[in-house]
Design a protein around this ligand. Structure first.
Ligand SMILES: NC(=O)c1ccc[n+]([C@@H]2O[C@H](COP(=O)([O-])OP(=O)(O)OC[C@H]3O[C@@H](n4cnc5c(N)ncnc54)[C@H](OP(=O)(O)O)[C@@H]3O)[C@@H](O)[C@H]2O)c1
Length: 269
């Protein structure tokens, strides 16, 4: 797509927002807006420049916190999406594997019926509805990158401080590196709008992922495999939320192990 007038990124301070800014800055002018510059629960601030594309990466991403504050989560995820649409430019909305209940037991494709288990997934599904057929809706999963708080950075900290960490082994998904996702989004905006599943190749449990992090980072830390129920977290999560695209022309992301290596390299600086 023609991007000569530039790209606006909401949630530009988040881990995906950061990667999207970097990806698109290589090609065009990027207008990065952090929460301080535009709180998306409010209408667009005056004076924003006209752009060819909006990458809407701002979101309420605290899955457990959404159970306690469902209205606040909806104000950001649903209300925020409605405000972004007011800009009148084509929009890429980011959604989640948590729109599925995990009972399918094999990869979820775009035509599978969503059935979220918790408030966060319900709000993201409503956001998809608000974005409508005119947006690219990108469902992705288990994001990690070189900024913010994410599983890779948490494990690196815990693995450096201790010799054992308890990690759940009964949730399976596809860890996805934001750098790889951002490159796939650049490909995607040359393809038709609509619903797309974009996650890394392969799948694993959180415990497998933690072991891979320790192995690749050469940290001597054991993973104690536990069940989700032991952690007593407020929001239920799908036991299986691997995403796959059934669309022949869907951008293909590298395997999650390659994504992990790329993330660790970036973190090593
Ligand atoms: N993280 C995952 O594993 C995952 C998985 C699947 C899908 N997704 C989706 O991918 C997208 C990007 O997620 P991410 O991992 O990059 O999340 P993130 O690192 O938490 O970034 C989200 C950004 O949105 C900002 N934000 C929150 N409320 C806002 C508001 N009212 N107005 C403007 N900005 C606001 C946050 O700012 P503050 O830091 O100031 O709060 C943060 O910079 C989201 O749509 C998320 O639902 C994420």
């Amino acid at each position: 797509m023609e991007l000569s007038r530039g790209v606006l990124v909401t949630g530009a301070g988040g881990q995906l927002g950061t990667a999207l800014c970097e990806q698109f800055e290589a090609e065009t002018r990027v207008v990065p807006l952090t929460r301080e510059e535009w709180d998306v629960t409010l209408p667009p601030p005056p004076g924003l420049p006209e752009v060819d594309l909006v990458l809407h990466a701002a979101a309420w991403t605290d899955v457990d916190g959404a159970e306690e504050s469902p209205q606040d989560a909806a104000a950001v995820n649903v209300g925020g999406t409605q405000h972004v649409l007011e800009l009148g430019a084509p929009v890429v909305l980011f959604s989640t594997d948590y729109v599925f209940d995990g009972r399918k037991g094999e990869p979820y494709v775009e035509s599978d019926a969503p059935s979220p288990l918790a408030t966060y997934g319900r709000a993201k599904l409503q956001a998809e509805g608000a974005a409508g057929d005119d947006a690219w809706i990108v469902r992705t999963s288990w994001l990690h990158g070189w900024t913010g708080t994410n599983f890779v950075r948490t494990m690196l900290r815990l693995g450096a401080d201790g010799d054992e960490v308890a990690v759940v082994d009964d949730q399976r998904g596809s860890p996805t590196y934001v750098g790889h996702l951002a490159a796939a989004v650049r490909e995607l905006v040359d393809l038709p709008r609509g619903l797309w599943h974009l996650s890394s190749g392969g799948d694993c449990t959180w415990a497998d992922f933690a072991e891979a992090i320790f192995e690749d980072a050469e940290l001597e830390c054991r993973v104690r495999r536990v069940e989700t129920a032991e952690l007593g977290r407020p929001a239920p999560r799908p036991a299986y939320s691997v995403l796959q695209s059934e669309r022949a022309d869907a951008p293909v992301l590298p395997h999650w192990r390659d994504g992990l290596r790329a993330c660790l390299q970036r973190l090593a600086g």
